[in-house]
Design a protein. Sequence first.
Length: 258
Amino acid sequence: MSPAAPEPATYRGFEPASDALAGRVIAITGAGDGIGRALALAVAAHGAEVVLIGRTVAKLEAVHGQIAALGRADATIAPLDLERAIARDYDALAAALQGRYGRLDGLVHNAGILGTLTPIDQYDVPTWCRVLHVNLTAAFALTQVLLPALRASPDASILFTGSGVGRRARAYWGAYAASKAAIEALSGTLADELATAGRVRVNVLNPGPVRTRMRAQAYPAEDPDALARPEDVLRPYLWLLSAASRGITGQSLDCQSR
């Protein structure tokens, strides 16, 4: 049985100490941009060693340089194209991570693609398959190969990225909504499977409306200045990645009030 849902003030108002993540190794997908980039910098600022996973090496190198300038902890660049990666690419990443760190204390699935906002009867099938693959299947595959490293940690945290349309479907969101609904099911299934051992907790975070490239793609007429910045929604992530949330698993939480 999952523990009771924490009060929103507990995670939205979390004030981590400067060393709240010291000694932890945290991998983040989509770390080159948006929320992934902001989170990578934040966890490094709080002492974690960061594995930067993403498709564009130049962006990862830029984030790596910013982390190095903080002088707090090391970072590793792990290029991985979630759309085109095959089994040996996942296995190579897992082996490299295991060889360098011996364990993994956090895995944040932040990468994702929108697809198109199109009625179901007009939705392009290859685009549908691409969105489901990147947002769902790739997250499953990466989690599977990294579970041994996560189990080697005394207190590991897996975070999946949810969405409001994954919890309450809306017209035209098609493959994206379907992928996020499936992420909720995947997270809940994994949390239940891992609950007995109690060493790996699994939760979903819905960041809400945030000033990102994907948000602009979905709402091109929206004023970006009216939205939260990526840096504004990180407290729940830091809470779930830190020891402060030990024992919390199987939850679907919102970073912002509705």
